[in-house]
Design a protein around this ligand. Structure first.
Ligand SMILES: [Zn+2]
Length: 150
């Protein structure tokens, strides 16, 4: 099996260990989902992909520059990767998952801490704030009152 993401291992580990330290529990590389997401948080209906900028064609990113030889081969290959990413994300979203992508360049030393803190908020706070119909946020204390006495 040639897994194209072998080189990304360290950034995946970085993200996972951060989330773990913040108290989140998750599944990793879950094969039941398209794309074998790096982090699956069923409690928050959230999936996190940690993407290498080159392999996943991070648009406008300096790390995503095309190799100088075999340009046609690489262009085709990388475009295929990206199309697959888009399709997988759409599939997950349709199944009710929130999909968050963390890019390799967002994990550079200088910006890493900010990005990880934001990711945590996206997962935890985002789940409450953007509660869709499937999520039960529970009835607020006020809703009972308004229904009550009249
Ligand atoms: Zn990038």
């Amino acid at each position: 099996m040639s897994h194209i993401r072998g080189k990304d291992t360290s950034i995946e580990v970085l993200v996972r260990s951060y989330l773990f330290r913040r108290g989140l529990r998750f599944r990793k590389n879950d094969r039941r989902y398209p794309g074998h997401p790096d982090v699956v948080l069923p409690k928050y209906r959230t999936i996190v992909f940690v993407n290498g900028c080159f392999w996943h064609m991070h648009e406008g990113c300096p790390r995503c520059s095309m190799p100088k030889s075999n340009v046609e081969f690489w262009t085709a290959k990388l475009l295929r990767n990206r199309e697959r990413d888009v399709a997988q994300r759409a599939e997950l979203a349709a199944a009710g998952w929130r999909v968050i992508v963390v890019w390799e360049c967002e994990l550079a030393k200088a910006v890493r801490e900010d990005r990880l803190a934001r990711l945590y908020d996206q997962i935890v706070v985002g789940a409450d704030a953007g509660a869709g119909p499937g999520m039960d946020a529970g009835p607020g204390p006020s809703s009972e009152e308004s229904v009550g006495r009249n």
